[in-house]
Structure formats: structure tokens, C-alpha cells
Design a protein around this ligand. Structure first.
Ligand SMILES: [Zn+2]
Ligand SMILES: [Zn+2]
Length: 171
């Protein structure tokens, strides 16, 4: 998947002369239908292609291929975005929300990779409550994924959630 993302970003840069994910982020900010939260350096959104319920991407506003190049303010803003997202996730079903999280960035073989816009993916398995999970089964495993919820509906629910953790808010 990172190899495919790298090829797509390189093809887009070669064809359009600009960054694919920067362009995508600009379009999402214009539409404002799938944004979950933002700060000065980062935007969290539900991508239009989301398959897992409440799937989220964190994208840096500034172009760059390597998380190691972040400045002090950007590091603080990344911690802010990740913390706020995890609190909203916990608040969604009032549970310690499980997720797979991973970072895609340029390969580390030392070549210049101007096409890469690093980012983080969150792929959570819960669908309707702490106990009702999303399963990829039958048609989904053998043909194509099916969506239980639209990306817009997921983004709206996450956007509306409090950033005071549910365990704190009851005190
Ligand atoms: Zn970029
Ligand atoms: Zn990616």
C-alpha cells in the first residue's frame, strides 16, 4: 500500500505539477463535509474512500515527506490532533475505542522524494457500539467492500463529539 501510494503521488506530481494529497486536503477543506478536527498544522478527516466505520486520516497542512522533519510547533500540534481524536473516539461509544493506526511516509533509502506527503491512517473496527463490530465478510472479502455508514455521516458524528473524555465529564 505505501508503494502504491508513492506511485500514485509520483504520477500526480508528474502530470499536474502539484502534490496529490495537498490538493486533496484543499478540496476537503473547501467542502467541509468530512472534517473531524483541525489545528494550525494538521487536519483530521474521514476520506471519501473510507471503508472502515469512523476511518480517519490526519494530514499535515504543510507539504513534506518525512515526519522526522517536523518543527517544534508541528510536533506540539500533532500531539494535540492525536490526543483530541483519541478522546473523541473514546466518547463515540463511551469505551476505550480500539483502532489500528499507521503512518505512511517516504521511503527511507535516502533518495529525494518530492511527491510524498506523509500522513496517518486510523482504521477502527467498531460500527455501532462497544460490542457491535464491523466484519468484512462474504461479498466484501470476495468482491468489494460495502459501506455501513457514509464518510460524511461518520465525520459529522466525530466532529460533534466533546473533547472532554466521558470518564472525566461524569465527575
Ligand atoms: Zn504535499
Ligand atoms: Zn497512506
Amino acid at each position: 500500500m505505501p508503494a502504491l501510494e508513492g506511485r500514485r503521488q509520483a504520477a500526480y506530481l508528474a502530470e499536474k505539477g502539484t502534490c496529490l494529497l495537498y490538493r486533496y486536503l484543499t478540496l476537503e477543506l473547501d467542502r467541509a463535509e468530512r472534517i473531524v478536527l483541525q489545528n494550525n498544522s494538521f487536519v483530521a478527516l474521514v476520506p471519501f474512500w473510507a471503508i472502515w466505520p469512523f476511518e480517519v486520516m490526519i494530514l499535515p497542512r504543510e507539504h513534506g515527506g518525512d515526519i522526522a522533519n517536523l518543527g517544534t510547533d508541528q510536533k506540539r500540534d500533532l500531539a494535540d490532533a492525536m490526543t483530541r481524536l483519541s478522546v473523541r473516539y473514546d466518547n463515540l461509544f463511551q469505551t476505550a475505542f480500539p483502532y489500528t493506526m499507521g503512518l505512511h511516509q517516504q521511503p527511507t533509502e535516502g533518495k529525494n522524494r518530492p511527491e510524498w506527503h506523509w500522513h496517518i491512517h486510523y482504521l477502527p473496527p467498531l460500527l455501532r457500539s462497544w460490542s457491535v463490530k464491523k466484519f468484512m465478510v462474504g461479498y466484501e472479502m470476495l468482491a468489494m467492500p460495502q459501506r455501513d455508514l457514509t464518510p460524511e455521516a461518520c465525520a459529522e458524528r466525530l466532529w460533534e463529539l466533546s473533547e472532554i473524555h466521558y470518564l472525566e465529564s461524569t465527575k
